[in-house]
Design a protein around this ligand. Structure first.
Ligand code: ZN
Length: 246
């Protein structure tokens, strides 16, 4: 079978840099799903917003059985993962993330904005895929091959290197405009913080913290203590300098 494959929009990011083409003649020697065909060009299924075979919408499991034209389109931003689509009929209830080890800092920044983010420091690809599937999380990564796993349905392969640029990219791609729940989760383990009376933790405070601060929060999981000190203020300024109002 002979296919003409046309890649449209941002999926071109994944194509071989040397060829600089977005239209390919492809001969299919054996039966293959559209997912496998497209991923043989390095485009992970998670980055595809629409598939057309001879101008008809098809899903990832479709096997072309005649010659034809396959159009592969990008996911258009803002990408609302809570709305079902032809390719992803089961939408998510809410936007929750799983940050791969290569975007850990991005993961921590999203936690600081109040998002539920599982941050991986040592998960295998298989474990990431399993957690994403079971906990219905959007995977954030710079590893293209990871996103070829079937169990990963929602994801973003980050284009940027700098964590703050990645944060902007994530917010923009998923159409997140706030308001944010800044400083509501433990930046270490993602658990929701709780208010705690100063008297109960006073023995754990450094003299200056004891003197200048009165409002404290605790992570009920890892027991870390938080207060709105200089680190909080500098983070807030940093976010705001990037146009993110917290
Ligand atoms: Zn914690």
């Amino acid at each position: 079978m002979k296919l003409t494959i046309i890649f449209r929009g941002e999926v071109n990011f994944f194509l071989s840099r040397t060829s600089q083409r977005s239209v390919f003649k492809h001969t299919l020697a054996r039966k293959a799903s559209v997912k496998d065909i497209v991923e043989s060009f390095r485009v992970p299924h998670t980055e595809i917003g629409n598939l057309l075979f001879n101008r008809m919408s098809v899903d990832f499991s479709f096997n072309p059985e005649s010659d034809g034209e396959l159009v592969v389109e990008e996911i258009k931003s803002p990408y609302d993962v809570t709305r079902p689509s032809y390719l992803r009929k089961e939408a998510l209830d809410e936007l929750r993330f799983l940050a791969d080890v290569n975007v850990m800092k991005l993961g921590r920044l999203l936690i600081m904005l109040g998002f539920d983010v599982q941050v991986s420091d040592s998960f295998s690809d298989k474990t990431i895929a399993r957690i994403a599937d079971e906990e219905k999380r959007v995977v954030l990564t710079r590893d293209t091959d990871l996103l070829k796993r079937k169990k990963i349905v929602f994801a973003r392969r980050l284009r940027n290197h700098n964590p703050y640029d990645q944060l902007y990219e994530t917010l923009h791609f998923f159409g997140i405009t706030g308001p944010f729940n800044f400083f509501s989760r433990c930046s270490s383990c993602n658990t929701r913080l709780e208010r705690i009376e100063k008297e109960k933790i006073i023995h754990r405070l450094a003299p200056k913290t004891k003197k200048y601060y009165n409002t404290f929060y605790i992570c009920p999981d890892c027991m870390r203590i938080f207060w709105k000190g200089s680190h909080h203020d500098s983070m807030k300024k940093r976010f705001e300098s990037k146009g993110i109002k917290v």
